[in-house]
Design a protein around this ligand. Structure first.
Ligand SMILES: [Zn+2]
Ligand SMILES: [Zn+2]
Length: 349
C-alpha cells in the first residue's frame, strides 16, 4: 500500500526556525523566528545550502549595499537550496523534493512582468534584500512558484550556487553571445567564472578573461578561458572583439573593455554599477554602433542554469571554495574579503 499524501494541514512542521538576522553593520545574530503558517500555494523548505554574495558582504560590512540601506533587522540571504518538507493544498510538489529557490517575487501584473522581464518589476521583492527577509534560516516558507527542482547530480548541499549561475545565464542572454564570437569577460569572481563557462557552452570561439588576481585567473584557465590577462601587469592588447561582459564592477575595466570591441559589437554591464560613470567613450560607441546594455538579476534563467549544471557544461564545484556552518555566518561574510583567493563561499545547515 502506498503512503497517503501528506495533508496540507499537517502540524508536524516547525513553528519557529533559527535565522541569521542582520541588525546593523558587523552585527548579525542567530535568532529564533516564527514561521508563517502555510497558505495553499506555500511550501516549507528545509535549507541545506546558502551562498554568500557580494551584496550580503556589503550589507554586513556597511549596513548598506549601494543605494539600499538596512532600515530594520533583516534576515540575509538570496542564494539557497534545500528539501521540501511540507506543501500547501494547491501545490504540486511533494515532500522530499530537492529544490533551488528563486529569490525574486515579481507582481506578475505590470507591463514589465507581462512582457516576461519580471526581473525589472518596479514593485517586485527579493528575499534577503532589506526589508524583505532572506533565506539564511534552517527553514523558510516560500510560494511554490519560487521553487525549481534540482536533478540528482546537483544536490541541495551545493544547490545555492544555481542562483549565481542564473545571473550568468541571463548575462550571456543579454550579451547575445553566439557561436564563433570572441568574448571578453572582465572580472574572474564567481559571476565572471560562471559567465565564462556559459559563454563556452553557447559556442564562443574565444573567451578572454581579465582580473588582477592570478589565483582567480588560473581557475578561469581551467574552466575554459582561451586566454587570461592580469591587467595589473599586462596590457589588454586585444581588439575587434564581438562581446564584452563586465563582471568586475570596476569602472576602468568597463572603459578599457569597451575599447577592445569592434564594429556592431555589444557591451553588457553585469557587475554592480556606480551611480554615474565618467569616461564612457560614447563617441566610440556611436561611431561603431556598439550596443551598451545592462543585466539585472535574471528572468526565466533558473531552468537553463539547472540544465547547464546537470549536463556538466558548467562546473559549480569549481567555484565553491569554502563552507561555513550557519552558526559561523559572520566568518563566512568576511571570508572572501580576508582571502581574495576565495570564490563562492557557502553556508551549511
Ligand atoms: Zn547573489
Ligand atoms: Zn511586475
Amino acid at each position: 500500500m502506498t503512503s497517503p499524501a501528506i495533508p496540507s494541514s499537517q502540524t508536524s512542521t516547525p513553528l519557529t526556525t533559527e535565522a541569521a538576522m542582520l541588525h546593523g553593520a558587523r552585527d548579525i545574530r542567530l535568532e529564533e523566528l516564527p514561521l508563517r503558517a502555510l497558505r495553499a500555494d506555500d511550501v516549507l523548505v528545509e535549507i541545506r545550502s546558502g551562498g554568500i554574495c557580494g551584496s550580503d558582504m556589503h550589507y554586513f560590512a556597511d549596513g548598506r549595499n549601494g543605494i539600499n540601506v538596512l532600515q530594520q533587522p533583516t534576515v540575509l540571504g538570496h542564494e539557497a537550496a534545500g528539501v521540501v518538507v511540507a506543501a500547501g493544498s494547491e501545490c504540486g510538489i511533494t515532500p522530499g523534493t530537492p529544490v533551488a529557490i528563486e529569490p525574486a517575487v515579481p507582481c506578475r501584473n505590470c507591463p514589465a512582468c507581462e512582457s516576461g522581464r519580471y526581473n525589472v518589476c518596479p514593485t517586485g521583492i527579493c528575499f534577503g534584500s532589506p526589508p524583505t527577509h532572506g533565506l539564511f534560516a534552517r527553514h523558510v516558507v516560500v510560494p511554490e512558484t519560487t521553487l525549481h527542482v534540482l536533478p540528482n547530480n546537483v544536490p541541495p548541499e551545493i544547490g545555492a550556487a544555481i542562483e549565481p549561475l542564473a545571473v550568468a545565464v541571463w548575462a550571456v542572454e543579454r550579451a547575445d553571445v553566439r557561436a564563433g564570437h570572441r568574448v571578453l569577460i572582465t572580472g574572474a569572481g564567481p559571476i565572471g567564472l560562471l559567465v565564462a563557462q556559459v559563454a563556452a557552452a553557447r559556442g564562443a570561439a574565444e573567451i578572454i578573461v581579465t582580473d588582477i588576481n592570478d589565483d582567480r585567473l588560473a581557475v578561469a584557465a581551467r574552466l575554459g578561458a582561451t586566454r587570461v590577462i592580469n591587467t595589473a601587469r599586462e596590457d589588454l592588447d586585444v581588439s575587434g572583439l564581438d562581446r564584452l561582459i563586465e563582471c568586475s564592477a570596476n569602472t576602468a575595466a568597463l572603459v578599457s573593455g569597451i575599447k577592445t570591441l569592434g564594429p556592431a559589437a555589444r557591451a553588457t554591464v553585469v557587475g554592480q554599477a556606480r551611480p554615474s560613470v565618467d569616461g564612457i567613450p560614447l563617441a566610440y560607441l556611436q561611431r561603431n554602433e556598439i550596443d551598451l546594455v545592462t543585466a539585472f538579476r535574471y528572468a526565466n534563467a533558473f531552468p537553463a542554469a539547472i540544465e547547464l549544471a546537470r549536463s556538466g557544461k558548467v562546473d559549480l564545484r569549481a567555484i565553491i571554495t569554502g563552507s561555513f556552518p550557519l552558526t559561523d555566518v559572520a566568518s563566512a561574510l568576511v571570508a572572501p574579503i580576508q582571502d581574495p583567493a576565495h570564490l563562492k563561499v557557502l553556508l551549511s545547515f
